[in-house]
Design a protein around this ligand. Sequence first.
Ligand SMILES: NC(=O)c1ccc[n+]([C@@H]2O[C@H](COP(=O)([O-])OP(=O)(O)OC[C@H]3O[C@@H](n4cnc5c(N)ncnc54)[C@H](OP(=O)(O)O)[C@@H]3O)[C@@H](O)[C@H]2O)c1
Length: 280
Amino acid sequence: MTTGPQLPSPTWFVGCGNMGGAIIDGWRLAGIDLSNVTVIRPSGKAVEGVRTVTSLPEAGVPPKLIVLAVKPQKLDEVAPELKPWITGRATIVSILAGAEVASLKRRFPGAGSIIRAMPNLPIAIRRGVTALYSDGADEVLKRQVGDLFVALGWAMWTADEGKLATIGSVAGAGPAYVARFIDALAKAGEARGLSRETAATVALETVLGTSWMAATTGEAMDSVVRRVASPNGTTEAGLAVLDQALDDLIGVTIEAAARRGGELAEEAKASSLAEPARLS
Ligand SMILES: NC(=O)c1ccc[n+]([C@@H]2O[C@H](COP(=O)([O-])OP(=O)(O)OC[C@H]3O[C@@H](n4cnc5c(N)ncnc54)[C@H](OP(=O)(O)O)[C@@H]3O)[C@@H](O)[C@H]2O)c1
């Protein structure tokens, strides 16, 4: 008998690209039963062990849980088609960056609850970070959905939708920034004579080992720095350059992502206000 978190039957994934696929991969790894899941995606590209169809009418019985995983720019294409299928006490879990609960409620008035989740890509290997927000879900539903995301790594509820956006710009986008940092470290090694392959491995393993050490011991980053950098040594010489730029650079990077999140939220609000006229 399965004792872990379970998906309601039926569960639909509307869209299943990078992030929808990562959620399914993580749940599969966690041993969660996917037999009641249907993926709806125009390409019909197969998802291992999961029924996949190309349009909503093919999906069958209306869902109890919908994971909305299309690009934010696709929301207004998908919403009018999806709306009639959202009936009863169906729960929508939306992972769309920027699309606020209020905007989603206007598009899906038949939903029992709307939950926003902001996951990041390592959920595929159950090492993700997910922020969750809902302004209406009861405690039982919050626990059910929370457990499904805890199965994918570290997950937290926030009572402030603004914080969800902030976590999205730090953690949702974060793997891209960390990947760039690893690449930059590798390029520097290559520029100083390492082969591309060796430089890439050295950079990746350095970041992995440092994160793993800090995560498993709880050591603060400042302490890691102090233990690596000896006075007037090589690391200190490097830090003298890095420290001048890094905090500012990351600050403006996250600011740019947050600004774009705000723009997406405004776009979603504007088009949902126009929605009744277009859908009538
Ligand atoms: N990528 C990240 O790291 C990340 C992190 C946090 C949140 N998010 C959010 O996750 C969402 C999806 O991002 P992604 O990177 O997974 O995008 P993606 O790889 O482009 O996937 C989008 C999916 O939407 C499907 N789709 C397009 N039109 C559709 C329609 N009319 N009906 C049903 N499905 C449709 C696509 O179908 P096909 O597969 O058939 O083309 C695809 O499966 C975005 O809203 C984003 O804000 C992403």
